[in-house]
Design a protein around this ligand. Structure first.
Ligand code: ADP
Length: 259
C-alpha cells in the first residue's frame, strides 16, 4: 500500500509518499510557479520516481495547501492547519505551539497534549511577516535566500526597519544601503521586523515548547530573531518545509487503513 500527501503552497509544491508501515519512501519540493496545475502533476511524478513506483500505484492521496482543491488525483482534501498540526505532532509530540511561516502567509497553531488543535490565527493578507517580505529583500540586496539568515547573524548593530509595509520597507532598505549601513545590519533589521510581526500574530498563543515549520524555518537568522523577540527557544524539526505534506500523508494512511 502506498499513500501520497501533497501540499500545494503559493510558493512551493511538496509531496511525501509513505508505505503501509508509515515509512517515508520519498519527499520532494518544487517551485509552484505560475502554472499551478503543472506543478501539481510534476510534484507527484517526481515523488513517484524517487520512491520507484508509478502514480497508478498510489492507493490514497490527501491534498492540502492553498491549491488543494485543484489536485485532480486527490481522494480527500484537508486544511493546512490540520496537516501542519498532524505532521509536526508526529515528529515533535511535545510541541504546544506551531509557528508556520510560508511564502505568502503565516500561522500560529495551539496544540493540546495529544496534538489536537485548540485554536489558530493566520495572516494571509499582508506580505510583511511572510516569506514574501524576505524574498523581496533578498532580491533587491542581491543575497541568495539560503544566505540571508547568515548575513543577519553576522550583524553588530541591526538597522531599525520601521515600515510595516513591504513596499515602504523596500524603500527604507535602499535608503539605508545608500547611507553606508552594512548588508549584515540591514538583514538583521529585516529579520527583526518579521519577528515583530509574528509576535503580533502569536499574541497569547505562546505556550512552550514552540516549534516552527514552513520554508522560513530553514532560516537560522529568523529563528534567532524570533527567539529574541518572543523571549523563548524554538524547536525546528528536520525538513520543516515538508511538514504539511507529511501530515497529509499521515492522514491518507489512516484513512486508507480505516477503509
Ligand atoms: P508555501 O507553502 O506557502 O508555498 P513554503 O513553506 O514552501 O511556502 O516557504 C517558501 C519560503 O521559504 C520562500 O518564500 C523562502 O522565503 C523560504 N525559503 C525557502 N528555502 C529557504 C532556505 N533554504 N533558507 C531560507 N529560506 C528559505
Amino acid at each position: 500500500m502506498f499513500v501520497l500527501g501533497v501540499d500545494i503552497g503559493s510558493t512551493t509544491a511538496k509531496a511525501v509518499i509513505m508505505d503501509e508501515e508509515g515509512r517515508i519512501l520519498a519527499k520532494n519540493i518544487i517551485p509552484t510557479g505560475v502554472w499551478v496545475d503543472k506543478a501539481i502533476e510534476t510534484v507527484r511524478q517526481k515523488a513517484c520516481s524517487i520512491a520507484g513506483i508509478l502514480p497508478s500505484d498510489i492507493d490514497y492521496c490527501v491534498s492540502t495547501g492553498y491549491g488543494r482543491l485543484r489536485v485532480p488525483y486527490m481522494d480527500a482534501q484537508v486544511t493546512e492547519i490540520t496537516c501542519h498540526a498532524r505532521g509536526l505532532h508526529s515528529v515533535i509530540p511535545e510541541a504546544k505551539t506551531v509557528i508556520d511561516i510560508g511564502g505568502q502567509d503565516s500561522k500560529v497553531i495551539s496544540l493540546d497534549k495529544d496534538g489536537s488543535i485548540l485554536n489558530f490565527v493566520m495572516n494571509d493578507q499582508c506580505a510583511a511577516g511572510t516569506g514574501r517580505f524576505i524574498d523581496v529583500m533578498s532580491r533587491i540586496m542581491d543575497i541568495p535566500i539560503e544566505e540571508v539568515g547568515d548575513f543577519a547573524l553576522r550583524a553588530d548593530e541591526p538597522a531599525a526597519i520601521s515600515s510595516v509595509c513591504t513596499v515602504f520597507a523596500e524603500s527604507e532598505v535602499i535608503s539605508k544601503a545608500s547611507t553606508g549601513v552594512s548588508a549584515e545590519n540591514i538583514m538583521a533589521g529585516i529579520h527583526l521586523s518579521i519577528a515583530r510581526r509574528i509576535r503580533g500574530l502569536v499574541g497569547q498563543h505562546n505556550v512552550p515548547p514552540i516549534a516552527m515549520t514552513g520554508g522560513l524555518a530553514q532560516n537560522k537568522g529568523l529563528i534567532a530573531a524570533l527567539e529574541q523577540i518572543l523571549n523563548c527557544s524554538i524547536v525546528v524539526p528536520e525538513d520543516p518545509q515538508i511538514i504539511g505534506a507529511l501530515g497529509a500523508a499521515i492522514i491518507a494512511r489512516e484513512r486508507m487503513m480505516e477503509e
